[in-house]
Design a binder for this molecule. Structure first.
Ligand SMILES: Cc1cc2nc3c(=O)[nH]c(=O)nc-3n(C[C@H](O)[C@H](O)[C@H](O)COP(=O)(O)O)c2cc1C
Length: 182
């Protein structure tokens, strides 16, 4: 069975992006094994501690290596992706051995899907910049993405309600991603 690693780009307990991820997980159902990446213990990237890699980074790399695909659900922070999301990909972009740029990194060639829930621009800038970052580190980013412009109740009452169209887009993305990682 194919394995998909979900990365939720929000640390917030009631994160709308996490809720979006749960919806996608339901849509995938039993057709792939979904796990959520816990990156809360991954330190800030620091070249002083790169070699040997910290144990938490080793675990991060192993999870990425074992996954057939990665699906990122992230909020947009100030027209970009959150810093902690970049931190994860910065670690993944680095060699295992100092100066070894010949061995492929675990993110090289990895298939990635992007989704995000946010303001009325539906995280478009965030996903654009994340696509740029991921392409730079040689990940294979799927073109079809889902952007959710959050409903009014999300902002006023903390209650995210996905429209039929948003759910349809997410479903289409889930179907495409399952094919993309085949
Ligand atoms: C530092 C910061 C910057 C933000 N900048 C943006 C932004 O540029 N665009 C946007 O749509 N929402 C922005 N927001 C609002 C988030 O979309 C909103 O808080 C959303 O609920 C966060 O996702 P989450 O519910 O998954 O945590 C920002 C929030 C924070 C904390």
């Amino acid at each position: 069975m194919k394995r998909i690693l979900f990365i939720v780009g929000s640390l917030r307990k009631d994160s709308f992006n996490r809720q979006l991820a749960h919806e996608a997980e339901k849509m995938i159902g039993t057709r792939a094994e979904v796990t959520y990446l816990d990156y809360s213990n991954v330190p800030f990237i620091n070249q002083d501690i790169e070699f040997p890699e910290p144990e938490t980074v080793n675990q991060l790399r192993t999870k990425v290596k074992e996954a057939d695909g990665i699906w990122v659900f992230t909020p947009e922070y100030n027209f970009s992706y959150p810093g902690h999301v970049k931190n994860v990909f910065d670690w993944l972009s680095r060699p295992l051995v100092a100066g070894d740029y010949d061995t492929k990194t675990v993110i090289n060639g990895k298939k990635v899907a992007l989704s995000g829930a946010g303001g009325k621009m539906a995280t478009a800038k965030c996903r654009e910049k994340l696509t740029e970052l991921l392409t730079f580190i040689k990940a294979d980013v799927m073109e079809l993405q889902t952007g959710v412009a959050l409903n009014v109740e999300a902002w006023t009452e903390g209650r995210m309600i996905l429209s039929d169209e948003q759910l349809k887009n997410l479903k289409e993305q889930a179907e495409s991603f399952l094919k993309f990682i085949e």
